[in-house]
Write a protein that binds this ligand. Structure first.
Ligand code: ZN
Length: 109
């Protein structure tokens, strides 16, 4: 695994690419990642994809909750939709904070 030192793009292969497909930096800008960094990235990819899928679902949940609040059929419905909105906001914020932490710790790639 190779990482572009200019933009962080990860390339998988025996050799660095001729140039970075994301930012166009020359191949010399790629650094070969040590085994522990490769293992951390591979281990993190699955969990990060779960977090990102969850974030998408939570964004949908917030939209649905807001529609339900706006629909305003009766107080019991609004109460449920308000709870759903609050829960989804809290969970989405938590997911985003966790992903930000992963990126800082190299659990990303
Ligand atoms: Zn790059």
């Amino acid at each position: 695994m190779w990482r572009c030192s200019s933009c962080g793009y990860i390339h998988e292969g025996d050799d660095a690419p001729d140039k970075c497909p994301k930012c166009g930096a020359p191949g010399e800008k790629f650094e070969k990642l040590p085994d522990d960094a490769v293992e951390l990235i591979n281990r993190s990819r699955y969990t990060n994809s779960l977090h990102m899928t969850l974030a998408g679902l939570l964004a949908d949940m917030m939209d649905i909750a807001e529609e339900g609040i706006e629909d305003n059929l009766d107080p019991a419905c609004v109460k449920i939709f308000t709870k759903a909105k609050n829960c989804s906001e809290m969970l989405l914020g938590s997911v985003n904070a966790e992903l930000a932490g992963h990126m800082k710790k190299g659990k990303w790639g």
